[in-house]
Design a binder for this molecule. Sequence first.
Ligand code: 5GP
Ligand code: ZN
Length: 138
Amino acid sequence: MKDTNCIFCKIANGEIPSKTLYEDDKFRVILDLGPASKGHALILPKEHYANLYELPDETAGEVMKLAKKMAVQMTERFGCEGFNLVQNNGELAGQTVFHFHMHLIPRYKDDGQKIGWKPQEVTQEELEAVVKCFGAEE
Ligand code: 5GP
Ligand code: ZN
C-alpha cells in the first residue's frame, strides 16, 4: 500500500526524483538531503510502512540484507573507515519522516559527527528489574 500524502512513498516509487544509489522491485536507496557525511543514504521500501512496528518480518529481513550489501559497496567505493546503521521510530526517538527508512551513514576520520548516547549508571538490581519487566526470568 502507498500513502498518497507520504513524500517517501513518492520518492521510493519515482514520482519525485531523487539521487538513487540502488533500486529493485521492493526498495530504493537514495542519498539523504541533509547528510551526516558524504554518501549518507536511506533505504526506502516502496510500500508504505510508518515504522519498524509496521514492517512485515520478511521485509525486515530484506532490509538488513540490503543494508549489509550497501555498506560493503559504499565502504569500497567511498573509502569510508566506519559505518553506522541508524533507524529511528517515533518522534521521541528522532523520527521525522513517518515512512520506514534505514540510514546508511559512512564514517570518515574527522567527519565531525557523533552518533551515540550518554551512558547512564545502572545497578545490578536495576538490570534485573528490566529483565523481569521484559518477562525473561533468569
Ligand atoms: P529520520 O529523522 O526520520 O530518521 O530521518 C529522515 C531523514 O530524511 C533525514 O536525515 C532528512 O535529512 C531526510 N529527508 C527528509 N526529507 C527528504 C527528502 O525530501 N529527500 C531526501 N533525499 N531526504 C530527505
Ligand atoms: Zn510512505
